[in-house]
Design a protein around this ligand. Sequence first.
Ligand code: ASP
Length: 669
Amino acid sequence: MDKSEILNGIVNTTILHSDYKQTNGYSKNVITNGTHEKKNVESTVTNDLYSNKSANTYHNFSRSRCDSITLDDDKESKILVIYTGGTIGMMRNNDDVLVPTPNSFERKIKQDPHLYDAAYAQKKYGPAMNSSPLVLPKVKGFRRIIYSIYQYNELLDSSNMSIKDWKQIAEDIWQAYELYDGFVVLHGTDTLAYTASALSFMFENLGKTVIITGAQLPVFDLRTDGNDNFVNSLLIAGNYNIPEVTIFFHNKLLRGNRTVKIDSENFDAFDSPNVPPLAIAGIEINVSFRQIYRPKTIEKFSVHLSLNEHVSLLRIFPNITADTVRTFLQPPIEGVVLQTYGAGNLPCNREDIMAEVKKATDRGVMILNCSQCSKGSVNSVYQTGHILNQVGVISGNDITPEAALAKLSYVLSKDDWDFNTKRMMLGRNLRGEMGGGKSEQPNTLAEWDLVDAVARTLHVSSPHELNVLGAVLFPAMLSNAIVRSDLTKLDELKGFGADFSAQNSDGRTGLHLACALGNLKVVRYLLLNGSSVHIKDRFDRTPIIDAVENDHIEVIKLLRRCGAHLNSHPKYIGQQLCNAAAKGNINRLESYATAGADIATLSDINGRTALHTAALLNHEDVIDYLIDNQFADGEILDLMSVSPIEIARRKGHTNILEKLMNLSKYINK
Ligand code: ASP
């Protein structure tokens, strides 16, 4: 695919407005070779979005989805795989040496029945072409994973990666964000923890699962950890909403900014010493939902791309000289991670070193203290550590050096934060990268007492069974409070550590329910307490669909501010729009428009838009609404090549005909 195909693909796929591609221009549909192409009369898509892309593969799911008029049987999740390099995708050459082999990864995947279900792909997307998506074989109990691989032109050993590469990955995920349910990044293991840490800060208000994985042996080797790492990453990204940058390795899903590489030889190469895994892949995949760090703001996902490069790591050792410290802290250095002994200690009998540190902090250099021990945190129990606080060093608590460096780089580049705010932010937990103190821990639970009581009655005793019971009871208690709009009760449940994104047995969350009921106050409360707008229920519905189908416009607006978007099958939405137009239900059209549906171009399986339907049934008020809101294109053709104008003419709906003709004249002027 060349760049224009990529752009066209993205435009076609979207069909729904996305903020990147949103334009003040007026959208007009034409038909080229039987497929709809969206053309904008005014300038539209920012063409530089994909300027650095390899022309390799950036599949166009929705085009295939639009072409296919059959709605899905299997519930599917769409995953974008970004392949940056590393051992995981390497192949052995004739000398048995591992080398990155451009353009072979995807071809090899298509030959591997464990990674590609050729029969399903053929049935769903027709004969395999370069642009058709990949399909993972069905795994019982999980959504079907449809994935695309976007391979970088230059496959990198991760030791050669730098800020520029982090930005590239971040930008790519940002641009594809609304088109996919989750993201998997294939990466070399050496600097994987640095990349994960950096991305975790660059991604602001992340709402979808991002997993970075790699392997000690290539995915196509017979003896490999790569296969497990890759497949589990795909399954987790497509089945669980874990809106963090995580690392999957050797059956563990770890928080990225808590992780360090601990082993260069064994499969169990990564660990997050200060926090337990977010999920463990055994016979089942067990996710610790209550541990997941969720954004608690009403803001959309965005990416902060300008990192400060003037940061560094200084490891204290017994005979370090004051000269070394002074030289190290000189401009242009603006931020330093100071790796101190044990619980954050520096030799307090070394006044010369202390003086250098103080001079630097007085000049405005930010110094973040973290321990040389991989487990535990820095604190000021000893005099040796206490003194550091007095000379302006900020405590990094139990942060890893990798995360500390990334955090400095991020915080120092935030132009809208003044000096004191930056210092404050460095000491605060921003993305789960360090312990947040007592408030993070849920109370020991009165609500859990209820769970305990039920458990006793049922003779349930193992921790696992107790957790399962809690997972059943908490959503029910949440629902009850939501139905009664009881914010006090919701507060109590929060205090007891309830997961506000918990799903009931239909996969529905409290937010689904609140959106259906339309209580704005409750919806706001839930969003501010970590409810996800992206979780799909068993029927593939995200909360915004509940709000749309009940016409709660203010709720829809609030969800949109939080980054919610429609992700139903475009033909399904097209059908709903035609139904609304047929019934003269302008509210419903408005609800869909508010949710981001492109009313002018979305069509049902016959290629008919809301305008076709309104013209056919002579709904003048609907026509007026569509015209007034620039949702009308009188010349758009359905699959029988009939336009709304033609329909109005044939049916003798003269008022409508006149309005649409005037509209066309105006647009074509
Ligand atoms: N040196 C390689 C890299 O980090 C090792 C690996 O892929 O695991 O890219």
